[in-house]
Design a protein around this ligand. Structure first.
Ligand SMILES: O=C(COP(=O)(O)O)[C@H](O)[C@H](O)COP(=O)(O)O
Ligand SMILES: [Mg+2]
Length: 428
């Protein structure tokens, strides 16, 4: 192992990849020693002095640990872009989130953030639609979008599924999506479900005069099969496809983005399984890195958390994710382990707040996220005392109240769906 990776005098070049890591050396190991092994193993080196690594090669490719803060257990490393296959997210992760997470020399190691150089941004298309394109697609320019997840998660027939979706649309939902674990099970086959649900979405469009989007889950065992399902949706006139981004993997995501571009479909990113490596704040990969890779590859909308709902995610973390989705230039924020990122013109993604939400939470959500958010309600719509359509209507009513700055209680005086929601979810 070379001993010259710690280099606090180094100032990163525009072409460098910058990574921030949280490092906890194992017992008896010096902080810089651990950082040195991490730098070497994530780039060119091995555990011992390798004769095959010439000084010239090392000088050209060696990483620079240019920031070391032992108290904060934080280092920043600049990697030469030459180390990477610029259009390959799996290759990049194999280096900066690969073996290093398994080394004995550390008790914990977490990739907190990656700042992509322009050379890498140029390789990627980013979101095809992104936030502005989704607004154009849905015709909704000045308010949050309201969505639902068909519940129960699985088990309905395709006919029943389409009916629940229709009631959601008729009641006021802009988007209806499949749940993450619904794909092509015997009781609800993909193709039949897509056909029936898209037909009823169209019916709801003609009845309401609003655009209605069905987000059908194309997650499948192979890329080939996912592409086949994507093309079925395209042929059926769908505008969206939904993907379980972590279970399918980064190679599949890059493949699907290329295909979606040709198919003209917007891509909804469900992040189930992300907590397997994002939840532990001391070890793994941050959700921020996952979000950035999604924008780079070109997902159009991504679940980021709610702050007020059922899923893990503190306000500061959720807002950092929101900023990474929507800002063109993300400023550095040391307190949140966020590196500065100029997105070089890649479109913003639409952030999705979902998980344990009820219509009565909309004022809080609007305060936290403002207008550029998709608010999704599963139980919050399908558990409404007056049924699914009323649940969706209660969400629209709560949103109208929030946009007009009127309290829910005041607005509910002549909106009975909202009143029923308040009775159920506020008056315990
Ligand atoms: O089905 C739901 C929510 O259903 P419900 O509204 O009934 O809770 C989603 O899978 C979660 O939002 C995922 O979590 P996250 O958005 O944090 O990834
Ligand atoms: Mg779900």
């Amino acid at each position: 192992m070379r001993r010259d990776y710690i280099d606090t005098g180094y100032s990163p070049k525009d072409t460098d990849f910058i990574c921030e890591f949280h490092i906890e050396p194992s017992a008896g190991v010096n902080f810089e020693e651990a950082a040195t092994h991490m730098a070497g193993e994530s780039s060119i080196d091995s555990w011992t002095e390798i004769a095959t690594l010439s000084p010239e090669l090392a000088a050209r490719l060696k990483p620079h640990v240019f920031y070391v803060d032992e108290d904060a257990q934080t280092v920043r490393v600049a990697y030469s872009e030459e180390l990477f296959e610029l259009y390959s997210v799996p290759q990049v992760l194999s280096a900066v989130a690969g073996n290093i997470l398994s080394m004995k020399i550390v008790d914990n190691l977490r990739l907190q953030d990656i700042a992509f150089p322009k050379s890498m941004l140029r390789e990627f298309k980013g979101p095809g639609f992104g936030l502005p394109g989704i607004r154009k697609l849905t015709g909704v320019q000045d308010r949050p979008l309201i969505g639902t997840i068909v519940k129960p998660k699985v088990g309905l027939t395709s006919e029943k599924h389409a009916e629940v979706a229709y009631n959601s649309f008729a009641g006021g939902c802009d988007l209806v999506k499949d749940d993450e674990n619904l794909t092509d099970q015997k009781f609800n086959k993909f193709e039949k479900r897509a056909e029936l649900t898209l037909k009823l979405a169209e019916k709801a469009e003609s009845e309401t005069g609003e655009r209605k989007m069905y987000l059908c889950n194309i997650t499948a065992p192979t890329c080939k099969e996912m592409i086949r399902r994507m093309n079925i949706l395209k042929d059926l006139g769908a505008s969206y496809a939904m993907i379980d981004i972590v279970p399918v993997g980064w190679t599949a995501l890059q493949t699907l983005r290329e295909e979606a571009g040709d198919a003209g479909l917007a891509l909804h990113a469900h992040r189930c399984m992300h907590s397997a490596y994002t939840r532990n704040p001391r070890h793994g990969i941050s959700m921020l890195v996952v979000a950035k890779l999604c924008r780079l590859i070109g997902l159009d909308q991504l679940h980021i958390g709610t702050v007020v709902g059922k899923m893990h995610g503190e306000k500061h973390e959720v807002l950092s994710l929101r900023d990474e989705c929507v800002l063109d230039n993300v400023p550095a924020d040391e307190s949140q382990h966020v590196l500065a990122q100029d997105w070089g013109g890649l479109k913003p993604m639409f952030p999705v707040a979902s998980g344990g939400l009820a219509p009565t939470m909309i004022p809080d959500l609007y305060t936290i996220f403002g207008r550029d958010v998709i608010m999704q309600f599963g139980g919050g719509i399908h558990a409404h005392p007056m049924g699914t359509a009323a649940g969706a209507t209660a969400c629209r009513q709560a949103l109208e109240a929030s946009l007009e700055g009127v309290s829910l209680q005041e607005y509910a005086k002549n909106h009975r769906e909202l009143e029923a929601a308040i009775n159920k979810w506020l008056k315990k």
